[in-house]
Design a protein around this ligand. Structure first.
Ligand code: ATR
Length: 274
């Protein structure tokens, strides 16, 4: 039985073990998937011990996605572009590849699952931390008319936009600047505000008539953002559970060479949460 795990801190409430167990059952893969907690300063030691004991792959969650990029022997192109790793893959001779499936997961949930067009649309992402960094490259690859990164600390948004400037029409601003932008078709919340029960301070009239508001966090942490978006007239709002399942499917594909069917797994999780 090949062993996998999700490494993070905290990791006790991670849904990844349930998702991968469902994928494994669906595709008849003999694999075990555990939770692997690590102390904040012990990512590399914990990951190394896991792989030395024969582990085949890790998912990496908060706060270790940058540590995982340092840890990997080599990075996929998309992990290199994101500067962050959410998936580690053991290859021959103990070489560890770092990949990042977060952006692909978001794009798949938006485009395949929700049929949302991004080409020529105006996109706005809130936040300029690790969560935002992982998805900006893939969002720009979808050829939007514009992508604005807005952050509470404006300098971080400006710096992040500069990093991706060669990849598309992206710029960074602070929240006060939001009062002066054209209404957007897609608003993505990549801040961690909801995890603390908070909501970024946003001006009215941010959303175009047919706008979708997408939160990268899921469950109750997403309620305040989605309530705000509905009050602002969003045509659709959703949390990040679909992205979570899709990034997991992309990781699973990297490890096992098979694409699981995500729809029944997402339905099962929504039923469990409700
Ligand atoms: P993550 O990996 O989840 O992105 P992070 O790198 O710590 O975590 O980044 C958290 C993001 O949420 C940042 O963009 C942060 O804004 P600052 O850069 O100004 O700190 C944003 N954030 C957290 N709490 C927030 C709040 N209450 N209002 C607005 N933005 C918030």
């Amino acid at each position: 039985t090949d062993r996998y795990a999700v490494i993070g801190n905290p990791v006790a409430h991670s849904l990844s073990p349930d998702i991968h167990a469902a994928f494994a059952a669906q595709t008849s893969q003999a694999m075990q998937y555990d939770r692997l907690p690590a102390e904040p300063d012990a990512f590399a030691a914990t990951a190394r011990a896991f792989f030395e004991a024969g582990g085949r792959g890790l998912n990496v969650t908060v706060p270790f996605k940058l540590d995982a990029a340092d840890f990997a022997d080599r990075l996929s192109d998309r992990a290199h572009a994101a500067g962050a790793v959410n998936t580690l893959i053991a290859h021959e001779a103990g070489r560890i590849e770092g990949d990042n499936t977060d952006g692909a997961g978001l794009l798949r949930d938006l485009q395949q699952n929700r049929g949302l067009p991004l080409v020529g649309r105006r996109l706005l992402i809130l936040g300029a931390g690790g969560a935002a960094q992982g998805v900006i490259g893939p969002l720009l690859a979808a050829e939007p008319a514009s992508l604005i990164i807005a952050n509470r600390t404006p300098d971080k948004a400006v710096a992040m936009a500069a990093r991706f400037a060669t990849q598309g029409p992206v710029r960074g601003i602070g929240f006060p600047g939001l009062a002066r932008i054209e209404p957007v078709h897609l608003l993505v919340n990549a801040t961690s505000a909801g995890l603390a029960g908070a909501l970024p301070e946003l001006p009215p009239n941010l959303l175009a008539a047919d706008a979708t508001a997408y939160d990268m966090v899921y469950g109750a942490a997403s309620d305040a953002f989605q309530d705000w978006a509905r009050r602002q007239g969003a045509a659709a709002t959703c949390d990040g559970l679909g992205m979570l399942v899709e990034q997991a499917a992309e990781s699973f594909h990297r490890w096992r060479g098979l694409r699981p069917d995500t729809a029944p797994v997402l339905r099962q999780l929504r039923a469990g949460a409700g």
